[in-house]
Design a protein around this ligand. Sequence first.
Ligand code: ADP
Ligand code: ZN
Ligand code: MG
Length: 479
Amino acid sequence: MSKQDYEVVIGLEVHSELSTKTKIFCSCPTQFGAAPNTQVCPICMAMPGTLPMLNEKVVEYAVKAGIATNCEISRDSKNDRKNYFYPDLPKAYQISQYDKPLCQNGYIEIEVNNEIKKIGITRIHIEEDSGKLNHDELAQGSLVDLNRAGVPLIEIVSEPDLRSSKEAEAYLKKLKSILEYIEVSDCKMQEGSFRADVNVSVRKKGAKELGTRTEMKNMNSFRSIARGIEYEIERQIDVLENGGKVEQETLRWDDVSGKTFSMRDKEDAQDYRYFPEPDLVAIKLSEEYIENIKNNLPEMPESRRKRYLEEYNLSPKDAKILTSSKYLSELFEKAIKVCNNPKAVNNFIISDISRILNETELDPIEIPFDAKQLGKLVILVDKGTISSSIAKKVLEELFQNPRDPEEIVKEKGWIQISDEGAIKEVVQNVLEANPQSIQDYKAGKDRALGFLVGQAMKQTKGKANPQLLNKLFLEELKK
Ligand code: ADP
Ligand code: ZN
Ligand code: MG
């Protein structure tokens, strides 16, 4: 048998940190990157005798996420204790939800190879994040930072409905975009506020039962997730083809070697000795409460996309790319307010900005310059101060060291030459140096004009006004 005889099955558990101002059970701040153990209190440090108090915003955000992913919202829900010991979890249990999650039975739609597919969402529940261990080489040990302990999370568990790494990636991107749109999480993957446990199994095509799965923990880059899945598929098929059995285990993906390593045997729910959290009351939601959240959801990608088609006359493909990320679409809308040229802003985002994001693996939210700077760049092109090829260089500069585009252009001496006398001189020089091209042009080879313009651009380091160049060359050539 070969790879083609197997079907791949993937299910994802996504942990997303909610962007509430305070933690889930105390009023400590949740800001990322603060000095270790500066955002802690007796509650999130698990001092004996302290009691948790549920942050109402956490429930609201989770319900929002549930509604946006077509879930049923539980009117009657509760918290449970999940018991396990780890140094970054000082209580020795995590407050989570077990049998009564806030949201269940939803789905989101993904598009892969021009086909729309529904991916089931089993559940969304709320829980607290753990602290972090910093492995310190010098101290030759590990240091515990509890700033993250008690940061609110939602865990979004998918059905095992995904059939390829491509579908898994599409699902994650769609889910991330939804959470960003409803403003419940900033989903910064590098900061761990959007991370996935990736469950993979394979089975013979046509088989009814699912194969044994392995689970790669805490993955936070699309590229690693895709590589990890591909690796696991190959590995598992190999095991089966050699007469072996896939072990159900928890794996660690190593980006450097491109391999998975076993962390531990898979634990079952019973290992966690779940029981209802005795220090918190049940969560009862009224119809009115849920309706109110439903009616106040912000504009979602689909309706924004339709609006872009009508309002800005964009192509369907462009409108889809722009609205795929809330940050990109906001960059677009805010830049238009500055320069009033939707087409030009769209072109910058679709081509150059998207390309740079791809190359640098940056997330749109990490774009270092702001909409005002992008809008001003468009204005510089529109006014003829710089050419469009110089504009590309300014954009690169904005990614490197964001500042006022006008300042960049002045500092670099990139202002476009639109002075007719100066350009005429360049045109003369180029013509004198290229008599063959003149003959070619006169013999009907239009390409020769492009070559001449290119030469003039080279001489002026891209600063000559291209329309003016074209015009002056044509005048000379027709003499
Ligand atoms: P946990 O991993 O915490 O025990 P679950 O048993 O609910 O939780 O399953 C977690 C995830 O694994 C879900 O996203 C589910 O879709 C997925 N999953 C379950 N069985 C398989 C399988 N055989 N192959 C791939 N994914 C699976
Ligand atoms: Zn605290
Ligand atoms: Mg799991």
